[in-house]
Write a protein that binds this ligand. Structure first.
Ligand SMILES: [Zn+2]
Length: 345
């Protein structure tokens, strides 16, 4: 249990109380002024920028250069939430392979912005959007010919922060799948001016050393993905009334007591759009790699097929992760599935 006494503009005292009340010698009192906390947050932003190439922007900046999501971002929220969210993001990035975030940006003319916000709510102009824990949106700015991707995180949603970070980060990672595929077509048609994504770098082992295998996973990746679920199972809407939460036998969604072999989706949300299905699988794999028990749905061969293909696709598009050791989202795979991911069968 953590007790926090927070006096705005003054001093903050944090006492860590483990199972019993410790004696005075057993605990330490840390004091920070608000300015010091702010400095720490700023330093963290700088590190994220220099180490990973991601720009951290304030809610004010996000409002000035508004995205089209329609979400309203709450500007006022606790500095301790901001501190925790920043540290959590930093910790999350540190669990990824070194160059992964940098490779995500390799189009050169793309900018990835991260915004730590207060609660995110559906604005008046957002149709039927409900509150969100986080979101990612992308747009192309003609004037600067820059592709912007923006990830906004509700810093106050502590219990789901790590899960949300993994989920949203996956949406950012997908941009490179598209770039890699486009480049393969351009190379084949002889129209590629330069190859930004397909340069052959040293790889420990795996796909990256086998160009043909690698290309076979990337080309038509969305069609390959669609083949892994029953036809017409995505509803292409975020409207909750369009997708089911596992109420019937035919909806392919997991619910308690259902035979895993009838299951293709971890939950109803996975049926909204293919990208959400992938992000959800990545999210669960990531959490399992970080100590959580793997969702029992992974007993379904259909879910495992998707998980294996997803891991293969990531390795095909990100040379830095295609090594002989397991990445954090691959740790919970069975030996058999891991072997397929690793050698590409
Ligand atoms: Zn999502």
């Amino acid at each position: 249990m953590i007790f926090v006494l927070y006096c705005p503009e003054e001093t903050q005292v944090i006492l860590y109380d483990l199972e019993t009340v410790p004696s005075a010698e057993q605990f330490s009192v840390e004091k920070y002024t608000k300015n010091q906390i702010q400095e720490h947050i700023q330093e963290n932003h700088q590190n994220i920028q220099t180490q990973y190439g991601l720009s951290v922007i304030s809610v004010d900046e996000a409002e000035r250069n508004k995205d089209a999501s329609g979400y309203h971002l709450e500007k006022e929220f606790g500095i301790l939430d901001e501190l925790d969210a920043n540290d959590a993001f930093r910790d999350f990035l540190d669990t990824l392979p070194d160059e992964m975030a940098v490779q995500m940006l390799e189009g050169k003319d793309c900018t990835v912005e991260i915004c730590f916000s207060g609660p995110i709510t559906g604005g008046e102009d957002s149709g039927n959007l409900s509150a969100a824990g986080a979101y990612v949106t992308s747009w192309f700015d003609e004037a600067s010919s820059t592709l912007y991707s923006r990830m906004v995180i509700d810093s106050t949603g502590k219990e789901v922060l790590e899960r949300n970070l993994a989920h949203e980060f996956f949406h950012l990672m997908e941009e490179r799948f598209i770039q890699c595929e486009t480049e393969i077509y351009a190379v084949r048609e002889g129209t590629a001016k330069e190859t930004r994504f397909l340069d052959e770098r040293d790889s420990d082992s795996g796909f990256y050393s086998d160009r043909k295998l690698r290309e076979s996973k990337i080309l038509d990746w969305d069609t390959q993905w669609m083949a892994l679920s029953p036809e017409d199972s995505y509803v292409y809407s975020y409207d909750e009334s369009f997708y089911s939460y596992g109420e019937s036998e035919e909806d392919y969604v997991y619910f308690y007591g259902k035979d895993p072999e009838q299951v293709y989706f971890l939950d109803g949300y996975c049926r909204t759009f293919p990208t959400e299905d992938r992000a959800r699988i990545f999210e669960y794999l990531y959490m399992a790699g970080n100590g959580e028990e793997l969702h029992e749905c992974f007993a379904s061969e259909h879910i495992r097929e998707k998980a294996v293909y997803l891991c293969q696709l990531i390795r095909s598009c990100y040379p830095s992760v295609d090594t002989s050791s397991r990445n954090i989202w691959e740790k919970a795979l069975s030996e058999e599935d891991w072997a397929r991911v690793h050698i590409g069968k």
